[in-house]
Design a protein around this ligand. Structure first.
Ligand code: 0X9
Ligand code: ZN
Length: 324
């Protein structure tokens, strides 16, 4: 049963939606999958995280080097969740094949396919397709209107509220940062996971680009000590790790503060990327077409880089790249 007549797209909470799919995958693959709720949203929905690794339910979390593939902090960026889910399904389908079995033996591969479930479900309701933020009722009037919502990608503690350019203090702004660092339960849930697992790497899927961004986002003046590793895995303008995706430092595009990957990197030493996935058609913007072939093609384009990141986790200082 497709949501609102969609072929590809599924909301989080509908029957057969993303939450159900995660539960089904975990149930059918007890050898390699463990599902947990990392916290609840503003409206009380469970934010689900799935750990994929050999002996997932026997070995304690964090025993092996871990990587995280997160998606859809921004409600309307549906392609991010689909790419994330297809990566999970690909690894599950190939868990018995030598390459993937080897990866799952040595590495914990974590997924949070919908980091903003309230907002994501809201975009499946009429007239709300382009909602970006979470569903915080900023003015407390009991309804979600234009003044509501906090930008989940401006609410993290690192450089929170550093300036008015990289985030906003205005309630109605699309980059409203919230009332305090990690004021939002969605941020607390994700930050709790980042802190507990200290991921070697995080890939935080957004749309739309195509771009492949890495920290820092808050300023361009100083680079990070991890730049050589970032460069090795990200590739160059001539040969980017994801074909056609412009690689670069986030702040060079525009500055952000309280942003997720800056926080993961600064607070926990995690190598973190923001792929800005494609529109799917010229002018589609955030509304990627409801087209199985286009969605699958976008996933397949992401796969080599995503696998590079996971394979590099045990020893990030010597990155494994399909670029050679
Ligand atoms: O602004 C964001 O949060 C991300 N772009 S989006 O269009 N998906 O909203 C980009 C964050 C990456 N960091 C920087 N550009 N500094
Ligand atoms: Zn986004």
């Amino acid at each position: 049963q497709a949501a609102a007549g969609y072929t590809v797209w599924r909301s989080y909470s509908e029957k057969g939606g993303i939450a159900d799919q995660l539960r089904a995958i975990a149930d059918a693959n007890k050898d390699v999958a463990k599902l947990e709720s990392i916290g609840k949203t503003v409206q009380g929905k469970d934010i689900l995280a799935l750990k994929l690794t050999a002996l997932a339910r026997v070995l304690p979390d964090g025993l092996k080097p871990a990587v995280l593939y997160s998606a859809t902090q921004h409600a309307r960026e549906w392609i991010a969740t689909e790419v994330d889910m297809r990566l999970l399904k690909y690894l599950v389908a190939n868990k018995g094949k030598s390459d993937v079995a080897k990866l799952l033996a040595t590495t914990e591969v974590w997924f949070v396919p919908v980091a903003n479930p309230d907002g994501y479900d809201f975009t499946f309701t009429e007239g709300n397709r382009l909602w970006r933020k979470n569903l915080r009722d900023n003015d407390g009037d009991g309804a979600i209107t234009g003044v509501d919502g906090v930008d989940p990608n401006r609410n993290y503690p690192t450089k929170w509220g550093y300036d008015e350019e990289g985030s906003s203090s205005v309630l109605s702004s699309e980059t409203y940062r919230g009332t305090a660092p990690a004021s939002e339960p969605e941020t607390k849930a994700m930050d709790g996971l980042l802190k507990r697992l200290r991921f070697k790497a995080q890939v935080n899927y957004h749309s739309y680009g195509p771009l492949l961004l890495y920290p820092q986002g808050w300023q361009v003046q100083t680079t990070t000590a991890d730049d050589p590793v970032y460069l090795a895995l990200t590739g160059t303008d001539e040969k980017p790790a994801i074909p056609g995706f412009d690689p670069g430092v986030g702040a060079e595009l525009y500055t952000t503060n309280g942003e997720t990957t800056d926080h993961a990197h600064k607070a926990y030493g995690t190598l973190a990327w923001t792929p800005e996935l494609e529109e799917g058609c010229d002018g589609c913007g955030f509304v990627f077409p409801d087209d199985e072939a286009l969605v699958q093609a976008e996933f397949e384009k992401q796969l080599p880089f995503a696998l590079d990141v996971a394979k590099s986790a045990p020893n990030p200082a010597e990155p494994v790249s399909h670029l050679g």
